[in-house]
Design a binder for this molecule. Structure first.
Ligand code: SIN
Length: 298
C-alpha cells in the first residue's frame, strides 16, 4: 500500500470544487489536481485588441489560478506578441544566466538539438527560486517539436503540502530555506557561448508559502535551487529536504503535457514545480520563454 493510501481510498483526497462556468474560453482539465487545456483563445489577437478582450484575459487569470498550469495549442505568435502576452500579467523578469533569443533579454531561448550537452529544466524545479522575488509565472512557446518526447511534467505544490501529515506541517511551519543559483547556473550555458557572471542570486524563502491570489499554502522547496533549511543541523536539513523532494514528486500531484508545434504552457511558479524530459536526442526542440516577475514569498 502506498504511503498515501488509507483504509478508504487515498489518504490524500483532493476535493475538486466545481468552478463557475467560463463564458469566453473553454477549459478542459487534464487531471482533477493540476493542468488544463484552454480553447477559444487566439493570443496574437488577444494582445493586439486588449481593450476588447478584457473579459477573456480575466478568465485566463482565473483558469491559471484554478488549474496552476494552462495550455494553449496552435498559437502562431511573433516574439513581440509573446512578450506582450507576458506583459499583460505583469513586468517581465530577466533570467540571471540563460541566453535570450534576439535583442530582448526578456525573451529566453529554450533549445536543445543533436549538439546539446543537456536541455533546460531537466530536474524538478520552480523557476529561479533563488531570486529574492522569484518569478510569478513562465510562458513557454514551443515552435519546433521532436517527433516524439520532449514532454514537460508539472506538479502541484498545493497538493504536495496538503498531503503532508499534520505533524510534518507543524514541523515546517515558520521554517525558511536557502535557495542559491550558484551551483545551478555556473557554467550551465557555456555551450551557448554565455560567459559566467561573477555571482548568481541567492535568497531565503519560507519552506511553505501562501499564494497571494488563492490564499492556499504550497510547499516551496525544490531540488534545483534549495540548498538547506535554516536553523537546523545540516544532516537534519538534508534528510527533511530529501523526504520533501521525494514526496513532492509523487505522480498523484502531476500532469504531463505532450507538446505540439506552436503550443504554449503558462505555469504559476508559486504553487508548481516542473521538469522537462530530454528523451528526444538527437532531435531538435526549440522555442522561447517569457517570464513574469513575482513578489517576495511569504
Ligand atoms: C523550463 O523552463 O524549465 C523548461 C521547460 C521545458 O522546456 O519544457
Amino acid at each position: 500500500m502506498s504511503s498515501l493510501s488509507g483504509k478508504h481510498g487515498p489518504r490524500y483526497k483532493h476535493v475538486a470544487g466545481d468552478s463557475e462556468p467560463y463564458e469566453t474560453i473553454a477549459v478542459e482539465k487534464l487531471t482533477p489536481i493540476i493542468g488544463a487545456e484552454i480553447y477559444g483563445v487566439d493570443i496574437g489577437r488577444l494582445v493586439s485588441e486588449e481593450a476588447a478582450c478584457n473579459r477573456q484575459m480575466d478568465e485566463i487569470h482565473r483558469a491559471l489560478a484554478e488549474n496552476l498550469v494552462i495550455f494553449f495549442r496552435d498559437q502562431h505568435l511573433t516574439p513581440e506578441q509573446h512578450l506582450a502576452f507576458g506583459r499583460s500579467f505583469g513586468e517581465l523578469h530577466i533570467h540571471p544566466a540563460a541566453p535570450h533569443d534576439g535583442d530582448d533579454p526578456a525573451l529566453m531561448k529554450i533549445h536543445a538539438d543533436k549538439d546539446s550537452p543537456r536541455a533546460n529544466g531537466e530536474g524538478w524545479h520552480s523557476d529561479v527560486s533563488c531570486d529574492l522575488e522569484p518569478p510569478m509565472g513562465s510562458i513557454l512557446h514551443i515552435r519546433q517539436c521532436p517527433p516524439r518526447g520532449g514532454d514537460t511534467l508539472f506538479a502541484s505544490m498545493y497538493a504536495a503540502y496538503d498531503a503532508l501529515s499534520e505533524r510534518m506541517k507543524l514541523y515546517l511551519d515558520g521554517l525558511t530555506a536557502r535557495h542559491d543559483g550558484e551551483q545551478t547556473f555556473r557554467g550551465l550555458y557555456a555551450n551557448y557561448g554565455v560567459a559566467d557572471k561573477p555571482s548568481y542570486p541567492r535568497a531565503e524563502h519560507p519552506v511553505v508559502r501562501t499564494h497571494p491570489v488563492t490564499g492556499r499554502k504550497a510547499l516551496y522547496v525544490n531540488r534545483g535551487f534549495t540548498r538547506f533549511i535554516i536553523g537546523v543541523p545540516r544532516d537534519e536539513s538534508d534528510a527533511i529536504l530529501a523526504y520533501l523532494y521525494q514526496h513532492a514528486e509523487n505522480p498523484l500531484f502531476q500532469c504531463r503535457f505532450r507538446w505540439s508545434e506552436n503550443a504554449i504552457a503558462f505555469w504559476d511558479n508559486r504553487c508548481t514545480q516542473h521538469r522537462a524530459m530530454w528523451d528526444y536526442w538527437p532531435h531538435t526542440r526549440s522555442g522561447t520563454r517569457v517570464t513574469v516577475k513575482g513578489e517576495r514569498p511569504v
